[in-house]
Structures are given as C-alpha cells and as structure tokens.
Design a protein around this ligand. Structure first.
Ligand code: S3P
Length: 450
C-alpha cells in the first residue's frame, strides 16, 4: 500500500533520446521553510514557486493548525498570515506530517519553545525514522517528548514554558536537526548557537536573515558556528522559491543515461550546499553547462543544459561531499550503473535513515536489474554496465520512497527489459509532475506492470 491509497505500479521502457525543456518543481526544503517562517512572522508573507507536493501541503496544513492563515492563490502562489514568534496556538488535532522528515522535524523545533502540547504522526515510513536526533537538543531548551520505542512517531512534544537558549554541536550532519534547533532558538531569550562540523544546506540561515533575524555564521576550526539572537520580531517577506536541484537531478541524470539526449532545466538552485551531484557529474565526464547564472529569492540559480555525448566513467565520490548531495545518491547509483567502470560512494551512512534505507533499497533493486554492487554500512559501490547493457526486467520495491521510485523509473529508460516499480505514488510527495514532464521529454512511462 502507498502512503495515501492503493499502490500504483509504474513501468519504464527503453526510450528514444530525451529532448526538450523541463520546468522542474520548486525546492522542497525552501518551500517548507517559507511556510514555517511565514507562520512565525507578523503579517503577510507572499510565496511564489512553492512546491505543491504532498510533503509541503502537509506542512501548510500544520501551519493552519497552529493558527496561521495559509491561502493558495494560484499554482505555486501562496500567502501566509503569521502569528509571530511564540504565537503558535495549540492544535486541536494530531499533526500528520505524512512522509516528510523535514516537515515534522522543523515543526517540532518551531513549537518546542512555546508552552503548547502537540502530538505528531506520519506514514509508515516516517513513523519508522529516528526523532531522538531532534528531541535530544530540544530537551536542552526545556521541551519534553514522549514517543514510541527508539524515539519514533507517533510522539507528543510538550513545549518549554520557560525556554533557555542552547549551544549545540550537531552529532550528525543534518540540516533538519540544525534547523530544528535554530527554529526552537527563535523563542528562547539570548543567543542559541549551533555548530556543524560539515556544512549542510543553509536555507534556514539564509531565510532567517531574510525575515530579519540576527544570525551570524563563522567558520572556525571546530566547524561552522551559527549564532541566532532569540525573540526577534520576524518581518513578512516575499519568497521566490528556486527550482529544486534534487528534483532536477532526475531529468538531468535521465538525459545523461539515454543516448543522444539533450535537455535544459531552467532556474535550478546552485546553492553550494546542494551542488555535490553536479560536481560529481562533471567529474564523470558529463557534458553539462550552467547558463545565465543569477540570483533568485536569495539563492544562486542557473539554467542547466545537459547533452548526452557518450558514456560517463565511474568515479569515487569523497565522504566530505555527502552532505551537499545527500538526496542524490539513489539517482547517482542508477546513473553509475550506466557508466563505464565502478562508482564508489563513501561516507553515506545517513542514507540508511531516509524515507527508506536507501543503500539497501538501491543495492537490492540494482541487483534485481542485473547490476553488480557492493555495500558496507557506510558505502555503496556500483559496477557500471554501460548505457546499452543493463538487463532490467525486474519489479523493484519503492518502499514508500519517492527517490527510489524515480531512480528506477529513470534506469528503466535505458535497460534492455522494462523496469517496474511496485508503487509510484510516493513520487507525489516531492515531484507530482514527474510522469508528465518525463513523458513530454520522450520517456516511455506506463501505468501498471507492463
Ligand atoms: C533536508 C535535509 C536533509 C535531506 C532532506 C531535506 C532539509 O535531511 O535529506 O531531504 O530540508 O533540511 P537530513 O537533515 O536528515 O540530512
């Protein structure tokens, strides 16, 4: 079963060259943050380009439950009337964050320093993911959390009535944990400090500054030290959400898999904390141009142009690049299967606690498609078969994980025999137009198992 209804299988068949332009969706990370910070500002925030995927819609519903007025005016055009820092009302119902780890972790942070009690739940994927990484630092502010064993949802969080600011060194490289701590710090008096040894995506820092918070970032020998002054009055903003480099990765890598393809993807975020995949593609020999670099909505963006001008070669992706491409390993693993030589991905332990265990999901799925892989707790190696020699012919489990589903549907566009994913419905969490946009490029995607 899928998250929101019956499983919907989808099958990808070997396709002709992909050609055309893709208007890929708005950035999921920025969309969640725009809604949450909009809800914490005083006045009306306007958002354009909001991702209307289920994850973000669940966050919009949550912000309404906390008392904000969230209105859709047209495709991607939304407004949020905020209640101010510390102004969240206690929701009357359980907050259901669906499939979204980002949604639940950021919202837990945002409510943890207000004296309200909130119960959170999600789908089977989200309810199996660790929340202790967020509730541990939130406890330092004075919040208390009661969940299932292993710190899992459903979970009730009692916000701190008299929060104290914290200084917290992240034990895992996680933008969700960093953001939860910063959002909690908004309603604590004094300076909250987060230290990250490895830089993770910095949308929360950028947007907090944009909304008028006093936030400094210092590079030190212990890492990036982020200091937020608590209890600011956040000013409403106009937020133009850039296009998501993690979603653009699917048509981009599909173009690099299918011989003869040429695809452009305008306006994709080039935020340096998100661009690891694109650096890796260049190292693999991809013909990729970043045209018209510019700034949109406080984020650097460019138009991507990709040409498939022959096979790519395997590379070793260093562990220190993992945070900047953490969501792109599934599609990179699929692409690596079509390359010549071996691609080694190291330092990727965090993939085991995403929407699924992505190392296991990719390894089992690739093996079923005739690709040789090796895995350790912290790494995955894929032995490339070349673009024309992937066997395919498998039914792969998407495990309630949108990126696993999209990765195998892209691989099926080049494999000898079609690849079916047992349930494509999770794709709607981040990329509702995936099928339509890929089909418009020439991809042969069909509903069902053939
Ligand atoms: C996200 C952070 C990452 C990423 C997720 C979005 C965010 O998770 O995988 O898709 O928006 O902060 P982690 O914080 O668990 O690395």
């Amino acid at each position: 079963m899928s998250a929101h209804g019956p499983a919907t299988p989808m099958t990808a068949h070997r396709s002709p060259a992909l050609r055309g332009q893709v208007d890929s969706p708005g950035d999921k990370s920025v969309s969640h943050r725009a809604l949450i910070l909009g809800a914490l500002a005083v006045g009306r925030t306007q958002i354009t380009g909001l991702l209307e995927g289920q994850d973000v819609l669940d966050t919009a519903a949550a912000m309404r439950a906390f008392g904000a007025t969230v209105t859709r005016h047209g495709p991607g055009a939304w407004s949020v009337e905020g209640v101010g820092v510390g102004g969240f009302a206690e929701p009357e119902q359980v907050i259901d964050c669906g499939n979204s780890g980002t949604g639940v972790r950021l919202i837990m942070g945002a409510m943890a320093t207000t004296a309200i009690t909130v119960t959170f739940t999600g789908d089977a994927s989200l309810n199996s993911r660790p929340m202790g990484r967020v509730t541990d630092p939130l406890a330092l502010f004075g919040a208390r959390a009661f969940g299932r064993s292993g710190g899992r949802l459903p979970m009730t969080v009692i916000g701190a009535a008299d929060p104290v600011p914290v200084r917290y060194a992240l034990p895992v490289p996680s933008a969700q944990v960093k953001s939860a701590v910063l959002l909690a710090g908004l309603n604590a008096p004094g300076a909250t400090v987060v230290i990250e040894a490895e830089p993770t995506r910095d949308h929360t820092e950028r947007m907090l500054r944009g909304f008028g918070a006093e936030l400094t970032v210092e590079d030190t020998p212990e890492g990036r030290v982020i200091t937020l002054q608590g209890q600011p009055e956040l000013r409403p903003q106009t937020v133009a959400v850039p296009r998501d480099p993690s979603s653009a990765a699917f048509p981009a890598c599909a173009a690099l898999m299918v011989p003869g393809s040429e695809v452009t993807i305008p306006g994709v975020s080039r935020n340096p904390t998100r661009d690891g995949l694109y650096r890796t593609l260049v190292e693999m020999g991809a013909d990729i141009a970043f045209e018209n670099p510019r700034e949109e909505g406080g984020e650097p963006v460019a138009d991507l142009r990709l040409r498939n001008s022959g096979p790519l070669h395997g590379v070793t992706v260093p562990p220190d690049r993992a945070a900047s491409m953490i969501d792109e390993y599934p599609i990179l693993a699929a692409l690596a299967a079509t390359a010549q030589g071996t691609t080694v991905m190291r330092g990727i332990r965090e993939l085991r606690v995403k929407e699924s265990d992505r190392i296991d999901a990719m390894a089992r799925g690739l093996e079923a498609c005739g690709v040789r892989v090796e895995e350790t707790e912290d790494s995955l190696s894929v032995h490339g078969c070349g673009a024309e020699d992937i066997e395919g012919g498998a039914q792969v489990q998407s495990r309630l994980d949108h990126r696993i589903a999209m990765s195998f549907l892209c691989l099926g566009l080049v494999s000898r025999r079609a690849i079916t994913v047992d349930d494509a419905s999770p794709i709607a969490t981040s990329f509702p137009a995936f099928e339509a946009l890929m089909t418009a490029l020439g991809a042969d995607l069909r509903h069902g198992t053939r």
